[in-house]
Design a protein around this ligand. Structure first.
Ligand SMILES: [Mn+2]
Length: 321
């Protein structure tokens, strides 16, 4: 494979202008940003009269099904493969084997991007890869965007910033989202769909979490174990983000959610100040300072909870000293 070259956004736009048959790849377990980039860019290229299609190792989530309206289903042999919001080739999932070393252009915003494509454009100051795609399609010329693909790009910006709440949100994030709104989609309805709407099963799961939460370390720790029996009642998507719930409670410093798996309990920790990565490293896990995970290999829920709470309590105590 050729050596990877960092290119400018203008060069990326020229590259797209010079080619006609595009395959756009998003990462496995897709989120709103990678799908928003793929559908937004695909729709833009099609509007320029080019052939473009999308591939992902996992299906588009039901929540994002409106994105399909932004593109036309086209079949053709591609001569240009683009990855969007993919930080590492392994994140292509099942598509890695076929396309891992065949990517012509990678567009990404992860500081941890590990080069795998021939051409790379990474801007880690962008809150979402969709911000970059928006700047890119603007360079491709007028009429690239319409209500439908603008909505896809807005989705990526909104979801990667937690509806403009996270620290990665900049004035440019708001500016670009504002410009995208000018294409006329209903942003309020979209944000309801993305952030407020929950399935009944999800609400049931949240109720279970709050009703059964165990507080410890003078209410600065909160833990909940979710057995297979509980988890089997809901869709995988209903479990997304559940690990963030305990920490929403005022005064809770470390929130712990344990989920039963075949090989033990998968534990997710979220914190405000405590280094939870360190706590998880005791059990062979890792992650980030404020969000980390590990697996405790026991079938016994009480035993798993006791072990993780013990380490968390020590860390909380150390912090308070
Ligand atoms: Mn992203």
């Amino acid at each position: 494979m050729n050596k990877a070259t960092n290119i400018t956004l203008k060069q990326a736009a020229e590259y797209l202008t010079e080619h006609d048959y595009f395959l756009i790849l998003s990462h496995a377990n897709p989120d709103g940003d990678t799908e928003g980039c793929a559908y937004g860019l695909c729709g833009a290229l099609q509007r320029l009269g080019k052939k473009a299609r999308i591939a992902c190792s996992d299906p588009l989530s039901e929540r994002f099904s409106y994105m399909e309206e932004a593109v036309e289903k086209q079949q053709f042999e591609e001569n240009c493969v683009i990855s969007v919001d993919v930080a590492d080739r392994s994140l292509l999932g099942d598509l890695e084997e076929k396309y891992g070393d065949k990517i012509d252009l990678a567009i990404d915003h992860h500081i941890s991007h590990r080069p795998f494509a021939r051409r790379i454009y990474v801007d880690d100051s962008a809150a979402a890869a969709c911000e970059i795609i928006y700047d890119l399609v603007k360079l491709l010329g007028a009429n690239c965007l319409d209500e439908k693909n603008a909505k896809c790009l807005y989705t990526g910006i909104a979801t990667d910033t937690g509806c403009f709440k996270f620290g990665n949100t900049t004035k440019y994030t708001h500016q670009k989202a504002g410009e995208l709104m000018e294409y006329g989609f209903d942003a309020a309805a979209l944000n309801y769909l993305l952030f407020d709407m929950k399935t009944k099963a999800r609400i049931g799961l949240e109720r279970y979490v709050f009703e059964n939460l165990e507080f410890f370390a003078e209410d600065k720790g909160a833990a909940i174990a979710l057995s297979k029996e509980i988890l089997d009642k809901v869709d995988i998507e209903d479990v997304n983000g559940i690990s963030a719930l305990p920490r929403q409670i005022q005064g809770v410093e470390v929130g712990i959610v344990l989920k039963e798996k075949d090989d033990g309990w998968k534990v997710s920790l979220r914190s405000n100040c405590v280094n939870v990565q360190e706590i998880c490293s005791h059990f062979g896990g890792g992650g980030h300072i404020r969000a980390a995970g590990c697996t405790i290999k026991t079938a016994d829920a009480e035993e798993a909870k006791r072990l993780i709470k013990e380490e968390a309590a020590k860390a909380i105590e150390k912090l308070l000293k």
